[in-house]
Design a protein around this ligand. Structure first.
Ligand SMILES: C[S@@+](CC[C@H](N)C(=O)[O-])C[C@H]1O[C@@H](n2cnc3c(N)ncnc32)[C@H](O)[C@@H]1O
Length: 373
């Protein structure tokens, strides 16, 4: 039951907000020893909110210039980096210092720079670079966020990047960019998902909306047992089959083209939906869960993995980032775990529970079961 609004609580909040809004109070709080720490943290948090786009573009510049790969070879002087990046030395230094301030690089003796923790982490995750590159489309759609919220940005750039969001199947050419992006970023999450999913008793797993097969490839490398089927839109399933053949898995994973809005093939005793449900509005998402329920045998298993709204410690990832990303894409919304449990029950699943993952910010996992016979 939602909490009952209390007049006292509302009045207290209004008083507190008037106080915090007052420039005199802000000045006092920034100097008073007991409130100084809080005031500085809030000032910084507010500044970070204002400056987020600039920070993101510093990162984009580093990625476009291949700076992290260059420094993965070892630290380099500002002069050498300026030559290699083809930047005027003063601007190379400006970029390097900006990246240092953001925890990406580390300034070293002898006017050199090397990787700091965040820069080093980026070298091992090419998916992040791909994500940052395609953000140019998202930022163009967000240039006037109020127009976007009012539905006046049509068509959005992201809706052409993700043709299925506008109900289109796409062709080999139009699905290639998102297929590549999903494949590159899947490495970040497949292992976290598989760490918590017990597939020991699964005979046949079908990954619905499986993209170019990166998730099933990770399953195949871990589990020799289950038969594996990828289901995605026909042009995506074709690309998946080609890619999986190139990595020697054509005999292990079969690829089926189709549209899950028209139902799902039967035969699998487990279905995975990795980063799928959040892409769809409530009606189609519930229909898809019902289709998964209908396709499973009694006792069958559904694994739903995606970033969720309201994740403790990562609320802006779901509610702000994915909330606005999916708005620009034109379909779907981030959902709270409780909402997904309710949808799974409405789709007919007898039980569902969350399996705690290592990095819930990237993905959380819900395991649901169809009533056993
Ligand atoms: C966000 S991507 C996720 C891909 C993959 N599961 C992953 O996590 O990397 C969504 C996938 O759902 C597929 N898809 C979207 N609509 C579909 C539909 N109606 N039928 C089948 N697949 C669909 C897309 O082609 C895409 O591969």
């Amino acid at each position: 039951m939602p909490p009952v609004p209390s007049a006292w609580a509302d009045r207290w909040l209004a008083w507190r907000n008037r106080l915090v809004a007052s420039p005199r109070f802000q000045r006092w709080a920034a100097g008073f020893p007991l409130t100084r720490g809080i005031a500085r943290r809030n000032t910084r948090a507010l500044f970070d909110l204002c400056a987020g786009f600039v920070y993101a573009q510093v990162l984009a510049a580093c990625i476009r210039l291949d700076l992290f790969a260059i420094l993965a070879e070892g630290p380099a002087t500002v002069a050498a980096l300026a030559r290699r990046l083809e930047l005027p030395p003063e601007n190379a230094r400006r970029l390097l210092r900006a990246a240092e301030s953001l925890g990406l690089l580390r300034g070293l003796s002898g006017d050199r720079f090397g990787l700091a923790d965040l820069g080093a982490a980026l070298v091992g995750n090419p998916g992040i670079a791909a994500m940052v590159e395609h953000h140019a489309l998202l930022y163009a759609d967000l240039a006037d966020p109020v127009s976007l919220l009012r539905g006046n940005v049509q068509p959005t750039r992201l809706s052409t990047y993700w043709p299925y969001a506008a109900g289109q199947t796409g062709d080999a050419q139009s699905v290639a960019p998102y297929g590549g992006l999903m494949g590159a970023s899947q490495a970040l999450i497949a292992e976290d998902v598989l760490d918590v999913c017990d597939l020991a008793r699964v005979r046949h797993l079908m990954d619905v909306g499986g993209g170019e097969g990166a998730f099933l490839e990770a399953v195949a490398r871990r589990h020799a047992g289950p038969r594996l089927t990828l289901f995605d839109l026909p042009p995506v399933a074709e690309r998946a089959a080609d890619r999986l053949a190139r990595v020697g898995l054509e005999g292990r994973i079969s690829c089926r083209g189709g549209d899950f809005h028209n139902g799902l093939p039967t035969g699998a005793d487990a279905i995975s939906l990795v980063r799928i449900v959040h892409d769809h509005d409530d009606g189609p998402a519930l229909a898809m869960l019902k289709a998964a329920h209908a396709a499973l045998p009694p006792g069958g298993l559904l694994l739903l993995a995606e970033p969720m709204a309201g994740t403790p410690g990562a609320a802006p990832v779901g509610d702000a980032y994915f909330g606005f990303y999916l708005l620009a894409m034109g379909s779907g919304r981030p959902r709270r775990a409780e909402e997904l449990h309710a949808m799974l029950r409405a789709a007919g699943f007898a039980s569902s529970r969350e399996l705690p993952t290592r990095r819930p910010l990237l993905t959380r996992v819900i395991r649901a079961k169809k009533q056993a016979p």
